[in-house]
Design a protein around this ligand. Structure first.
Ligand SMILES: NC(=O)C1=CN([C@@H]2O[C@H](COP(=O)(O)OP(=O)(O)OC[C@H]3O[C@@H](n4cnc5c(N)ncnc54)[C@H](O)[C@@H]3O)[C@@H](O)[C@H]2O)C=CC1
Ligand SMILES: O=C(O)C(=O)COP(=O)(O)O
Length: 598
């Protein structure tokens, strides 16, 4: 029997440019040489090449990373620490790298993904903000992006509070003045924080920690965050209000939202005009959320009394930046995450995520792929294989020239929709549908994107079964509409190519083709024949294959009724020659046949 494996099918890249990894990515059609152990690994799932083969993968660390993270990476990969690369140097190096780790100082542009030649599997952001990574390009190239979302939260919050207090008491300006030999006590009279209203914009991890600390300083804290749960805010004693409300009430505003198209320059002339005169602003989020020229105008007019900024639209900012040089502005060079503790933490967090991704595990910190909990993955494992096989099978039944545009997938399950996450299954069906007919490499990251790009519409339906929802699924059906089939038997009564499969004893089985009920394990290569049900058919086909030295792994016949029509499915270990297939086709009782590689 051929061993079933999703391993190489799942992880075959388009163009494995690196010699070192080339043999780690076998052809999609050589499943037989995978071990069961590899299979289990493959089930841990399906983002990228998982084989821990020698030689090691190469990880390019493009910005300074904590020692503990580097040590961890070195246990698994060849680590190339090359800091301060120019954009061109990065693009040149990237084709030799399986993973790239950056902080906020490296722009991971579309060109980086294009120039990687398909080798780059994961970008690790050693920090939170991923606005320096072109996520669309990453997704289009099937490259996973992971970040380190938790380890620098406290550092960023503490820096926000440091800037808030330093700004209120003119610490930086007074320090510079004294060092310049002056003693200006009346010039640097500050303002008190206690009793003042602080508006936190972006009530996520950092924002809520800032709020907690500000309350400890005796401030009244309000927040705006369109996506934050009100009960989390209430638990800290913070009211969630609208953007207009918070900016018009606040004495101090602290920014903690990500830079996205929706937040870009959200602090502009209009927003400043609605603020209380003399408001003070802290930005430890991203420079791009503020229109910096508008802020200079607001500072000059006195609407904004002071600003304390850790981040800038352009980093480093121009030396003659009016904003940086403004006397009412306190600045730090993007130091929010720069504590010893946070840097060790993010380094470990990102190293673990990158290693996990290279091993094929779904990262818990994936930014551009669905996150599926480990226990769900384990349960869905055999259905993942089944999904891909059904996709591969169905698409190979399509007659040449008929473009596949509309695919319906039906999941029959006793589980309610909320208890069955089908994203992984849909991705694998997409992979099965697209990979046999193109050179595109599909994984969980780029499946939906690639389907859309190719005009392939995949609709999903649930078929709710009675009974115990112990098994996640009973069967999966894949139907391709509006196409001709090279094996007319595969066309259902409704005119679509239809294949249906189930998992039996942990293995994917084909249980229906067109309107014929069958039952064969889907593995290796198959010959499907429709014939008149008569004695001697198995022998006739078996003889031809034997004479051609093709090993038969199994044969199964499903029929409508004795002596009527039957479908014979033959599993073969080797691909029969054209001559052998022609001879099979010439057997008089064989009405049609097709050879499929799964
Ligand atoms: N200066 C530095 O060194 C550091 C800066 N950061 C920045 O801080 C940001 C926040 O980090 P975390 O709190 O860890 O992320 P987070 O994802 O936990 O929180 C971000 C919050 O912003 C909210 N948000 C999204 N759109 C919004 C909008 N239009 N208005 C208001 N709120 C909105 C989200 O709902 C979320 O609750 C990061 O995206 C990063 O840019 C983070 C760490 C260090
Ligand atoms: O984590 C973030 O979003 C940060 O801004 C930290 O940036 P850094 O890693 O210090 O370049």
């Amino acid at each position: 029997m051929v061993t079933t494996s999703s391993l190489n099918l799942v992880f075959t890249p388009t163009k494995p440019t690196s010699l070192s990894w080339k043999h780690s990515f076998p052809s999609p059609f050589t499943t037989a040489n995978c071990t069961r152990r590899q299979n289990r690994k493959a089930y841990r799932f399906a983002v990228f090449a998982t084989v821990l083969a020698d030689p090691k993968p190469t990880v390019l660390v493009a910005e300074k990373l904590g020692k503990a993270g580097l040590e961890l990476l070195k246990t698994f990969a060849n680590v190339d620490c090359s800091y301060n690369l120019s954009p061109e140097e990065l693009c040149t190096k990237i084709s030799l790298c399986d993973a790239l780790i950056v902080r906020s100082g490296t722009k991971v542009t579309r060109e980086v993904f294009e120039r990687s030649g398909g080798r780059l599997k994961v970008v690790g952001r050693a920090g939170v903000g991923i606005d320096n990574v072109d996520l669309s390009a990453a997704t289009e190239h099937g490259c996973l992006v992971v970040n380190a979302p938790t380890a620098n939260t406290i550092a960023a919050a503490e820096h926000g509070i440091a800037l808030l207090t330093a700004m209120a008491r003119n610490i930086a300006q007074a320090d510079a003045s004294l060092k310049a030999g002056k003693w200006q006590r009346s010039k640097y009279v500050g303002v008190s924080l206690v009793g003042k209203t602080l508006a936190v914009i972006g009530f996520g991890k950092v924002g809520s920690e800032v709020a907690r600390r500000a309350k400890g300083l005796g401030m009244h804290v309000i927040a705006h965050d369109p996506y934050a749960p009100a009960d989390r805010a209430r638990a800290i004693g913070v009211d969630l209000l609208t953007f207009e409300e918070v900016i018009s009430i606040a004495d101090f505003i602290s920014l903690h939202m990500p830079l996205t198209p929706a937040t870009s320059k959200i602090f502009n002339d209009q927003a400043f005009s609605r603020m209380k005169k003399g408001v003070r602003i802290v930005n430890v989020a991203r420079g791009g959320v503020i229109d910096e020229e508008a802020l200079v105008r607001a500072l000059d007019s006195g609407i904004v009394a002071q600003a304390a900024l850790d981040v800038f639209t352009e980093e480093p900012p121009p030396k003659d930046s009016r904003l940086v040089l403004h006397e009412n502005v306190t600045v730090t060079p993007h130091l929010g995450a720069s504590t010893t503790e946070a840097q060790e933490g993010v380094a470990i967090e990102v190293a673990e995520a990158v290693i996990g991704a290279l091993k094929g595990e779904l990262a818990a910190t994936a930014v551009n792929a669905p996150m599926v909990p480990a226990e769900v993955l384990t349960e869905l494992a055999p259905f993942v294989t089944l999904s891909e096989k059904l996709g591969r099978l169905a698409v190979q039944l399509v007659a040449g020239g008929s473009g596949v545009q509309s695919v319906k997938v039906t999941y029959a399950s006793a589980r309610g929709p909320d208890d069955l996450d089908t994203r992984l299954l849909r991705a694998m069906i997409t992979k099965g549908l697209i990979e046999p007919i193109t050179s595109v490499f599909i994984n969980l990251v780029n499946a939906d994107f690639t389907a859309k790009q190719r005009g392939l519409r995949i609709t999903e339906e649930r078929f709710l079964l009675d009974g115990s929802p112990e098994n996640p699924l009973e069967f999966i059906q894949v139907q391709i509409a509006n196409v001709e089939s090279k094996f007319a038997t595969a066309i259902s009564d409704y005119g679509e190519i239809k294949v249906e499969g189930r998992v039996k004893d942990g293995k994917p089985h084909l249980t229906k083709i067109g309107s014929f009920g069958v039952d064969v394990s889907i593995e290796g290569s198959l010959i499907l024949c429709r014939q008149v049900d008569q004695p001697g058919m198995i022998g006739s086909v078996g003889n031809i294959l034997g004479e051609e030295n093709v090993n038969v792994s199994f044969m199964s016949v499903g029929r409508i009724a004795p002596r009527k029509q039957a479908v014979m499915i033959i599993g073969v270990d080797e691909e029969p020659s054209k001559k052998a297939l022609k001879r099979i086709g010439e057997i008089p009782a064989i009405e049609e046949f097709v050879f499929l590689k799964l």
